[in-house]
Design a protein around this ligand. Structure first.
Ligand SMILES: *[C@@H]1O[C@H](CO)[C@@H](O)[C@H](O)[C@H]1NC(C)=O
Ligand SMILES: *[C@@H]1O[C@H](CO)[C@@H](O)[C@H](O)[C@H]1NC(C)=O
Ligand SMILES: *[C@@H]1O[C@H](CO)[C@@H](O)[C@H](O)[C@H]1NC(C)=O
Ligand SMILES: *[C@@H]1O[C@H](CO)[C@@H](O)[C@H](O)[C@H]1NC(C)=O
Length: 845
């Protein structure tokens, strides 16, 4: 499918002949700083041979490299619309011999959400630049089991050799030329049959390989390492080894057969020991049982060294690391101890005994053996929460690494950020370490809405999983996410054109009304009692005077509320329509669906279809002039349309624009008479981020080879009405960017524009293809951004998720609910099902 898009793009340019590519204007791009994270970090890998070389991978926002000052640098910002799936990183390998080399296995989904195959990326400059080898199958950087690893490894004795353990039933793959070409290892015949559940194509795809680990002690420099271990997601035999450099393989006899899956297989070379963390789910959300095992390579003896006995555990194990400076010292984490918090254990005697990072001291008292430092990202704790045990250590801890050159330095990834510290050995002396948020530079939020209302703060953001923020500054991390009411995800945000300090947002909550209103630019909020906790979250538009809220939900369609009266259905606007409010006329709302435009002139009570937008079959976004009533724009699958008469009729903008997604208006230039328009569009056959200062007569490309912003259709864009040229781009997994012009406006062509008629058929087939990719991606924005990360647990406190279907009875302290959970939802008599977080509810007393 990818190649057919490329062909169509080329054909458009070729057939049209006179179509010019849009000019480019240089822009400076920076992340809006949130202090780090905002999503799941499934892998952290230190190079064992070069001090300070380390990387982190994310599931939807690419890989990062660690800097010496504890900050991180993003390595895949080149990823754009055509290769968006490269932001899903399922495995990462750093070369222990040539320590500048680093490899990634990339691809987002192995089901139909991602139409493209995966690839192995290789770099010889620590990830500054990449070369790609396409794989003949899909890779699932955002699939279940993505925290297992690492599936991609470099042979420490012969670094031209790499192995990649694939998902599904694709098996084990080997390269002997530094990752340039790959061949299947046909002698490895076990594929792993485990999958999460059969409820969807997402959860029913077999996880396949979990990890491959070389026994560096078994070989000699310059020759392929003979002994290789491999773990697969299989209920039954799951750990295998080769003694002949991968020619033949066998199951390691004596492996415990509890039906658990091996999450991490970590070699302690000095001890000639393989440590393995097991869990009864693939993660990153599940797991209620598991072990830690030690396999003595010399004797072949397996030993259960679980910190918590199997009989009483309620979590599996994930993140595991050994201290290479101090053999016998290791740290292991629970994947998901949802309540009261994650647990991390340390042993200095090869797992014979353990000490925990906290322990009960007679409920509800807890002895904390750590200080907690979130000065880098204060919003990681909701300081308005009344949770008895606010989760601090995190959840989904599958990545954990001790610096091989510094026994005091450790890092671990959670569902929301990276924590770690520089005093790990204090665990053994004073039993008190400082757990610090160390994710500065990692911006991996999935952004759902952005506004910069005139007179307000620099920016307001609606963000998946972590809520959204009042950004008083673009460079200082916000202290607190939107609260009171607090939403796990904020789906959308809008302001009132005539009274811009009036803001509305919509988000999901188990306890609070799902619409919130502010009269101070989003600094403080109150619940909109037009809604309740059962009102679905959706897109919102606030009328120009701020008295009427239009809500578009996917399950209950459009709803309207004036003066906080209860929401009532608006049947005259199709479900899923794009919506907007007029910014100057309080009674006017706009809608767009299936290529048709709709207008309400009675405060949203009823909509009339006014016109069709050319031959469009979709309406992707509607934006309205910030001060001129009735001046409205829409992007569709055929281009950009403009109306100056309240949407009664539209003009299709020429200038080569043949499709558009999110866009926004920003302050006009000193000589300009109309706001600058920014947006993800297809112009002259290229899909990128463009701007125009003359209402579409001339376009400038402002994304560039180093800033691609991933899938065009998944992003949200808005202009800044206070700063000429500034644009905000919210991505699906790489946080929020802001850009300002660094180059001058290219000379405008007076002979430009419309050769569109000659390209219509080609460009519409091209557009169709792009749209199908985009639709898939849009689905992932709303569904998988939620599964890829989780909200802070403090954000939900009441009833269980309705996704569970079983009516059987759970056990004391057993799970009884949570997103994606399908087990028993009823607690034994005398026990109450209590929500710990969106993904885990537990029977408690
Ligand atoms: C592994 O087994 C060998 C042979 O029995 C023994 O000498 C060695 O101490 C064991 N290693 C560990 C770390 O227990
Ligand atoms: C964990 O699994 C083991 C092996 O099946 C079982 O014996 C044990 O009871 C389980 N633990 C819990 C808490 O259910
Ligand atoms: C939350 O933290 C912020 C920033 O430190 C502070 O301004 C605010 O007063 C705090 N709110 C509560 C309820 O503690
Ligand atoms: C607002 O729009 C309505 C409906 O088009 C129109 O009747 C009314 O005159 C407009 N109000 C203003 C102040 O322009």
């Amino acid at each position: 499918m990818l190649s057919s898009i490329s062909v169509a793009v080329l054909a458009t340019g070729f057939l049209a002949g006179t179509v010019h590519g849009a000019a480019s204007q240089a822009y400076t791009w920076k992340n809006v700083n949130t202090g780090g994270g905002g999503g799941f970090v499934p892998g952290i890998v230190f190079n064992p041979s070069a001090k300070g070389v380390a990387y982190a991978r994310t599931d939807i926002g690419g890989a990062y490299r660690l800097n010496s000052d504890d900050t991180w640098t993003a390595l895949q910002d080149y990823v754009g619309n055509t290769n968006w799936n490269r932001w899903g990183v399922d495995a990462l390998a750093t070369d222990p011999v040539d320590t500048n080399r680093v490899y990634l296995a990339v691809g987002m989904y192995t089901n139909e959400w991602d139409p493209n195959n995966g690839a192995i990326l290789r770099s010889t400059d620590k990830g500054d630049t990449w070369t790609e080898t396409a794989l003949p199958f899909k890779v699932g950087g955002n699939m279940p089991g993505r925290g297992m690893g690492e599936r991609l490894v470099v042979d420490p004795n012969d670094n031209s050799v790499l192995y990649f353990g694939a998902r599904n039933t694709q098996g084990l793959w080997k390269s002997s030329d530094y990752g340039a070409t790959w061949a299947k290892v046909t002698s490895f015949t076990w594929t792993g049959t485990y999958f999460q559940d059969s409820s969807s194509t997402y959860t029913s795809d077999p996880v396949g390989f979990a990890w491959v680990t070389f026994d560096s002690t078994s070989g000699t420099k310059g020759s392929p390492t003979p002994r290789i271990f491999a773990g697969i997601a299989n209920v039954g035999q799951s750990v295998f080894k080769s003694e002949d450099a991968g020619k033949t393989w066998s199951w390691i006899s004596g492996e415990p057969m509890y039906g658990f899956l091996p999450h991490r297989g970590v070699l302690s070379p000095a001890e000639k020991t393989l440590y393995i963390s097991y869990g009864n789910g693939a993660g990153p959300y599940d797991g209620t049982n598991g072990t830690v095992h030690r396999y003595n390579i010399s004797s072949g003896v397996w030993t259960d060294i679980s910190p918590t006995p199997m009989a009483s555990t309620y979590y599996g194990y994930g993140g595991l690391s050994v201290d290479l400076q101090d053999p016998g010292t290791l740290v292991v984490a629970s994947v998901n101890s949802w309540w009261p918090d994650a647990q991390i254990f340390r042993s200095v005697d090869s797992g014979a005994t353990w000490s925990a990072l906290w322990e009960w001291n007679g409920y509800p008292s807890i002895n904390y053996y750590y200080n907690y430092d979130i000065t880098n990202a204060p919003w990681l704790q909701d300081n308005t929460s009344s949770d008895e045990f606010p989760v601090r250590l995190g959840w989904m801890i599958e990545a954990l690494a001790i610096d091989p050159f510094d026994s005091n330095h450790w890092l671990y990834g959670t569902g929301a950020t990276i924590y770690g510290g520089h005093d790990l050995q204090s665990w053994d002396s004073t039993h008190k370490v400082t757990v610090k948020s160390l994710a500065v530079g990692i911006e991996e939020m999935a952004v759902l809405g952005l506004i910069a209302p005139p007179g307000g703060p620099a920016l307001l953001s609606a963000v998946g999983d972590v809520g959204g923020f009042y950004h008083s500054s673009l460079t200082t991390a916000p202290a607190q996410a939107f609260d009171t009411p607090t939403y796990g995800s904020t789906n959308d945000i809008d302001y009132a054109g005539n009274k811009p300090s009036n803001i509305v947002r919509s988000g999901s909550s188990d306890t609070d009304p799902t619409v919130a209103l502010s009269t101070d630019f989003g600094k403080t909020w109150s619940a909109d009692y037009a809604s309740s906790s059962s009102t679905p979250a959706g897109k919102v538009a606030l009328s120009a005077d701020g008295d009427t809220v239009l809500l578009m939900t996917s399950s209950s369609g459009a709803m309207i509320s004036k003066f906080q009266a209860a929401f009532s259905a608006v049947s005259s606007l199709p479900t899923g329509a794009a919506i907007a409010s007029d910014k100057a006329n309080n009674t006017v709302f706009y809608g767009g669906s299936a290529g048709s435009f709709y207008v309400s002139t009675n405060s949203g009570v009823a909509f009339q279809k006014t016109t069709s937008l050319g031959s469009s079959t979709a309406v992707n976004a509607i934006r309205v002039h910030p001060s001129v009533a009735g001046d409205v724009w829409a992007t569709t699958d055929t281009g950009l349309f403009h109306s100056t008469n309240y949407g009664s009729s539209f003009t299709k903008i020429a200038g080569g624009c043949t499709a558009g997604w999110s866009f926004g208006l920003g302050k006009a230039s000193a000589t300009g008479s109309y706001p600058v328009i920014f947006g993800f569009l297809t112009v002259d056959g290229a899909t990128a981020l463009f701007k125009t200062e003359d209402m579409g007569a001339n376009w400038q490309t402002i994304s560039d080879a180093k800033h691609g912003f991933g899938a065009a259709s998944a992003n949200v864009v808005n202009g800044d009405m206070s700063n000429y040229g500034r644009v905000f781009v919210g991505t699906n997994g790489r946080g929020i960017f802001y850009g300002s012009p660094s180059g001058s406006l290219p000379a405008t062509s007076t002979t430009s524009t419309t050769t569109m008629k000659t390209t219509t058929s080609t460009s519409s087939s091209k557009t169709t293809t792009t749209t199908s990719v985009s639709t898939t991606k849009t689905t992932t924005t709303t569904t998988t951004s939620k599964t890829s990360t989780t909200s802070t647990t403090s954000k939900t406190t009441a009833t269980t998720s309705s996704s569970a279907t079983s009516t059987a009875t759970s056990t004391p302290y057993g799970q009884c609910g949570g997103a994606g959970y399908t087990g028993p939802t009823i607690c034994p008599s005398g026990w109450t099902c209590t929500v710990a977080n969106p993904y885990y509810s537990q029977c408690t007393q």
